[in-house]
Design a protein around this ligand. Structure first.
Ligand code: GCU
Length: 415
């Protein structure tokens, strides 16, 4: 890819492990904004200010989509293979005291164009057994941990989560929940780029610089799950929300921005490559995501901005990704810097949420309501863009009740 781009050297990412290193990660707010001027989502490429919803939809939004496609996340091929969904098991069970029906599903991707690669998307769907009609569903991008893996214990002083799980909180509203396994669509590593859905579409060959990366592939998988929900009578496919954490928080925001059928999104600690402004110098940087461990999330072209170019040269920034979600409700979530650390750049995500506001306003919706970074655990959920830092670590867990309060303004409790 670097050869294709005529790049020989990339700048190293921020180093979180050695404060003496020349590229030590920055957590000093006074040094965090080297490029304070953001691209204006409401000024078109021809220099004209966008003042009507019509011009936003017909001219300006497509310009922004094109920039994200080409330079940041890559393009989804014009034609992607069909997916045939198969229910492999249906189980009646109890979650807490709620009777539910869980379907295990596999989405078989048509690989007749290149039989050497097969892709089978893993999905589970759980709906309340007593629902008397289609229900709203929250779908999570699910992590798969290696067998025997046990999540690290929370640091001392941080309360261990008790109370209902997110699935139980969702069921309490009469909704269902689903979990899609992103790595069944596309592996979470660079070596996998010639396999999975990206490799299948490229017939096993490496990517072009504007081909899609894993984030868009994962988002594509979520859209195929939504295609299935549109055929399943237990789901109200007009009321399907998305949730994900960290790399899957990025995937959540990308999926929601691009596929306007999704109703709401809960974007957890998405950081660099997600809601955090690329133009910030705080925590993780463009250079980290362009590095060997993460470049596969993005388009090849993204590497340029860690090479000869800088984040300032990006034609768009993440506030415009949030703006692509407008007018639909989006909840930007983070943990406490004290517990989660500052790698995700909580404030950088907040700033992007603020800067997306004018687009929401143009479309008749309400923005965040403040430009001042709120104290920990302050819910900003009165507008159509929401933000809250919970008191815990790198998780969405403690923000579920606040997210559901926000979501309740758009999606009803189901009887
Ligand atoms: C790393 C990476 C982040 C990512 C995170 C995760 O920390 O730098 O960008 O969000 O992993 O997915 O947990």
């Amino acid at each position: 890819m670097m050869e294709l781009l005529h790049i020989t050297l990339l700048r190293p990412g921020a180093n979180p492990n050695d404060p003496q290193a020349p590229n030590a990660v920055n957590y000093d707010e006074s040094k965090a904004n080297p490029y304070p001027k953001l691209p204006d989502p409401l000024v078109a490429k021809n220099g004209k200010r966008v003042t009507t919803a019509r011009v936003w939809w017909t001219r300006r939004r497509p310009e922004i989509v094109e920039d994200f496609d080409r330079e940041i996340y890559g393009r989804v091929p014009k034609v992607t293979p069909k997916v045939k969904w198969e229910v492999t098991a249906t189980t009646r069970e109890l979650n807490g005291d709620v009777p539910v029906v869980t379907k295990k599903l596999i989405g078989h991707v048509d690989n007749s164009s290149y039989p050497l690669i097969s892709v089978d998307i893993q999905l589970t769907l759980t709906t309340p057994a007593r629902a008397n009609g289609p229900v709203p569903v929250m779908m999570e991008f699910g992590f798969v941990f290696p067998p025997g893996f046990r999540p690290p214990a929370p640091p001392p002083g941080v309360p261990v989560a008790t109370g209902p799980t997110w699935q139980q909180q969702v069921l309490a509203k009469g909704w269902g929940y689903a979990v899609i396994i992103p790595t069944s669509v596309q592996a979470d590593n660079g070596a996998g780029l010639t396999h999975g859905i990206i490799g299948l579409c490229n017939k096993g060959q490496p990517r072009e610089p504007d081909d899609w990366g894993a984030l868009r592939a994962w988002a594509w998988g979520a859209s195929r799950a939504l295609d299935y929900f549109e055929t399943d009578k237990s789901v109200d496919a007009k009321q399907v929300g998305l949730e994900g954490l960290s790399r899957y928080g990025k995937a959540t925001l990308v999926a929601f921005a691009y596929d306007r059928r999704f109703r709401i999104a809960f974007v957890g600690s998405s950081g660099e490559g997600g809601a955090k402004l690329h133009r910030r110098n705080f925590g993780e940087l463009v250079e980290n995501v362009a590095g060997t461990g993460e470049y596969h999330w993005m388009a090849g072209n993204f590497l340029k901005y860690a090479g000869p170019l800088t984040p300032q040269d990006l034609p768009v920034d993440s506030h415009e990704l949030i703006a692509l979600c407008a007018p639909r409700p989006v909840f930007i979530s983070a943990g406490s810097p004290k517990v989660e650390g500052g790698w995700v750049d909580q404030r950088g995500m907040f700033m992007a949420a603020v800067a997306a506001g004018p687009v929401y306003r143009l479309l008749g919706k309400k923005e965040l309501g403040t430009t001042e970074f709120p104290p920990l655990e302050t819910p900003l959920i009165e507008g159509d863009i929401a933000f809250r830092q919970h008191g815990g670590g790198h998780t969405t867990g403690p923000n579920w009740p606040t997210f559901l309060a926000f979501a309740g303004r758009y999606i009803k409790v189901w009887a």
